[in-house]
Design a binder for this molecule. Sequence first.
Ligand code: ZN
Length: 142
Amino acid sequence: MMRRCETSRVLMGKLPKGCDLMEELTTICRAEGVRLGKVEALGAVETAQVGYYDQKLKKYTFFTLDGPREILSLVGNVSLKEGEPTIHAHITLSDAAGAAFGGHLAPGTVVFACEYAITVLKGEDLQRGYDEATGLPLWEDE
Ligand code: ZN
């Protein structure tokens, strides 16, 4: 499956210190009526909560990367899950030595400073639904 989309607009801004990264980006998307889009961000976190999907067990394991880290990269997308705009994002973080860690971004990641850009796309809705082969809520074929 594939969608051909056009860029509608780009939302750029910074997030407040102490907010939850995932929740704040989701709130912005829902408030702005973003149903389809791309998300990118950089900055720093006070602590992070990320997931790793175990392909055999078909289950996420979540872990905490505690302490200050740079957000080297956050990439994600916006689509619909149960009719609601939902962000799927992955994040790469670095420590004081420059060592990088990352994973599937989860709630519980606390912003120190963050600059984001959300590219709002025009196109048919993309809905997530349960995918038997992977156990993940992937985009549904039509
Ligand atoms: Zn993921």
